[in-house]
Design a protein around this ligand. Structure first.
Ligand SMILES: O=c1ccn([C@@H]2O[C@H](COP(=O)(O)OP(=O)(O)O[C@H]3O[C@@H](CO)[C@H](O)[C@H]3O)[C@@H](O)[C@H]2O)c(=O)[nH]1
Ligand SMILES: [Mn+2]
Length: 357
């Protein structure tokens, strides 16, 4: 929250939570989240009731709702994987999205002060990014700092920030092999910095503490086809991050990473994760060069056009890695079609099954 004022963007930001659990974690976030509208995407068994603490304004969508709203296009929304959260991005009507996992809690900064992660994300999104330069030793656009000598004035205006990627203390977001060999490792390092990821650089985007400008980059935030019936899991956010970064670079949009921190409390089962991740650990050796070499034509002037072009390149170049990527390329197109159907120029009548509380 800005000094001396209430929470910002309360009518322009939705909080999207994917869940298979009751949402008691919200109690800890109440001071920071209660003024915002929540979009809860319930994964797994739609007959299970998800308990939401009283006092929150929310809409809840389960698999039956997703199928009802999207019809055959629901095939692009993952089932039994946190990737389902991207449905919340699609049905939101707000300019900004903040998405958080239900095992993420309020962290404390080194002074012991509780971190309002949402306020920091908003600050990150509302200030420009500087992707056309190497990492600064100073963080521009914040009090008491400015561009250092030698930084071209022509670049100092920066570009609009599309993504704010937060980090986590305690349980690190390791892949299964790393978690297996380092089961007790915890992240205790608090780095007081927000950096723009330079143009041409990819990054491993984790979906547990993430905010973005939905109007600038929303259609690129497809959390790829994972979970039930798919040969891969826990790469949904990575896929979205790689696609998003290539498109942000092309459209001159910025991606920031660093503050805010949240406290990640749950270590998922590394053996289960290994089964989900196995192909991803293998395929990522091909995926990174693919995204590093991806070039989007000049006539790709919207996120949708960029994304459909990327899907063509996925089909052409990754389809030979595994037939899964042909299916994923199709799902990418379906996602854009569904996005445009639900987000025509006017409002769309997407009714959730949970009444707004
Ligand atoms: O089948 C499922 C499983 C989980 N969820 C919800 O998704 C998030 C993340 O779940 P969890 O914290 O259990 O998983 P992690 O291994 O810690 O994190 C992974 O999730 C992604 C980051 O968001 C990434 O793939 C990994 O870091 C929770 O809210 C669960 O309730 C689900 O919807 N469906
Ligand atoms: Mn987690």
């Amino acid at each position: 929250m800005a000094k001396g004022s209430g929470p910002l963007l309360t009518d322009e930001l939705d909080i999207v939570i994917p869940t298979i659990r009751n949402l008691d974690f919200l109690e800890m976030w109440r001071p920071f989240f209660e003024s915002y509208h929540l979009i809860i995407v319930q994964d797994g068994d739609p007959t299970k009731t998800i308990k939401v603490p009283p006092g929150f304004d929310y809409e809840l969508y389960n698999r039956n709702d997703i199928n009802r709203i999207l019809g055959p296009k629901a095939s692009c929304i993952s089932f039994k994987d946190s990737a389902c959260r991207c449905f919340g991005y699609m049905v939101s009507k707000k300019k900004y999205i903040f998405t958080i996992d239900d095992d993420c809690f309020v962290a404390k900064d080194p002074s012991g002060k509780e971190i309002n992660a949402l306020a920091q994300h908003i600050k990150n999104l509302l200030s420009p990014s500087t992707p056309s330069s190497s990492i600064h030793c100073m963080i521009p656009f914040c009090e008491g700092a400015d561009f250092v000598r030698g930084y071209p004035f022509s670049l100092r205006e920066g570009v609009p920030t599309a993504v704010s990627h937060g980090l986590w203390l305690n349980i690190p977001d390791y892949d299964a092999p790393t978690q297996l060999v380092k089961p007790c490792e915890r992240n205790t390092r608090y780095v007081n910095s927000v950096l723009t990821i330079p143009k041409g650089t990819l990054f491993p985007m984790c979906g547990m503490n993430l905010a973005f400008d939905r109007e600038l980059i929303g259609p690129a935030m497809y959390f790829g086809l994972m979970g039930d019936g798919q040969p891969i899991g826990r790469y949904d956010d990575m896929w979205a991050g790689w696609c998003t970064k290539v498109i942000c670079d092309h459209l001159r949009l910025g991606v920031k990473t660093g503050l805010p921190y949240i406290w990640h409390s749950k270590a998922s089962n590394p053996f289960v994760n290994l089964k989900k991740e196995y192909n991803g650990i293998f395929w990522q050796e091909e995926l990174i060069p693919f995204f590093q070499q991806a070039v989007l034509p000049k006539d790709c002037t919207t996120v949708q056009k960029c994304y459909v072009e990327l899907s063509k390149q996925v089909r052409d170049k990754l389809g030979k890695v595994d037939p899964y990527f042909t299916k994923l390329a199709d799902a990418m197109v379906t996602w854009i079609e569904a996005w445009d159907e639900l987000n025509p120029s006017g409002p769309s009548t997407v009714l959730p099954n949970g009444k707004a509380k």
